[in-house]
Design a protein around this ligand. Sequence first.
Ligand code: UDX
Length: 444
Amino acid sequence: MRIAVVGVGHVGLVSAAAFGRWGHDVVGLDDDAAKVATLREGRAWFYEPGLQELLDEVIAAGRLTFTSDPVEAIAGAEVVFACVGTPALPDGSPNLAYLEAVAHTVAEVATGDVLLVEKSTVPASTGRRLEQVIVREQARLGKSHRIEVASNPEFLREGTAVEDTLHPDRVVYGTSSDWARDVLRRVYAPLVAQDGCPVVETDVATSEVIKHASNAFLATRISFINAVARICEQVGADVDVVADGMGHDARIGRSFLSAGLGYGGSCFPKDVDAFAHLARQVGVPFRLLDEVRAINVGQRRLIVDKLRQELWHLDGKTVVLLGAAFKPGTDDLREAPAMYLAEELAAAGADVRIYDPVTSAQVAARLPDVQTHDTVGPALAGAHAAVVCTEWDEVRALTPQDFLNGLAYPIVIDGRNAYDPGVMLAAGLRYHSIGRRSAERQEA
Ligand code: UDX
């Protein structure tokens, strides 16, 4: 099939490469000339395990090309996947202007029947809106091709995006006609034949809600366990063991129950806000999600409180943050808890250092007053306290002795429960983590 993918970000580029692997002819379209130039040289413009190899394979097979020219990409395409950004506006609602622009372009340049598929996360009812835009534009331009809108949400995680796309837990698509459903069946037929993954075929609004509800639910699990962690700290329980104990129940499961300094990234924060916004808009406020968000923000404050407990005031103290990316295995700093923490600590007068094995140049560009390091030894040297923000292997590998040798004061605040509290406390560190045994409880 001839497929156009509009927007070559994390979702768009990985999806385009996967479509190529399944034997389709794919053109990636993006108005960012620099990204297109890099991709035309055959190089991924961001890091994602396995992506470069997959690109090498499908580009060599002649199944994937890139352009900034909408006519080249869309004219002749049977399916257009919209993978453009939907960044949050100040009121929490997503900015759908880029998506609307894709609908305009498709109406303008399509040369035959086209299925326009939303892959970007969008509120329910976006499909209907896009259809209105297309009908109006077609009337204005005097065109009459069949252009329908479908929803086909993406569930890939950064760091495992290629694996998640090539071997998904499920494929979900929502359409409003048999024709549209058959187009998407043909897109995914090679995957379903190989992988046998379940397919959920439904209407457009249901598919849109599946995406929102999935991400909101996962974020809720994280905030739930973080709230439980607060209680564990007060009653002397261990949240990791609590999560294990809960997780053995097949109805609950263990995943997304790791307590820590909260979720970040390009999806959860934005999607929780967008779903809460949609709920308010349709007159059924989803207050649970407001609390999910509040707990998440509170986790960062908790780290600052723990630092204050140990260091008294922060003015003039040097604090080293271990990890900046919102999770290991990615170079993405969007909504990374470490970046918020760095700003809060700097505002309180602390000298902030950040160690991250892959993002230190990006961090330096965003936070010019912060000292950045891509090796951990110099980052620790002489600092008054260390805070674990991202559980990179390099961070997990640190021993109590590394902290004792490097830091000026032996204070470690572990925002990702990366170490064993027994070992850290026995070594003489002032060790705090999230919802587990800590220095002051040890004393008590
Ligand atoms: C997420 C969804 O998992 C994916 O399905 C969707 O398509 C996009 O959003 P991603 O943002 O890549 O993917 O990251 P994910 O691995 O889900 O982690 C999100 C954040 O939650 C990270 O900051 C991570 O550190 C945090 N997290 C995750 C926890 O704090 N505890 C957990 O138990 C799990």
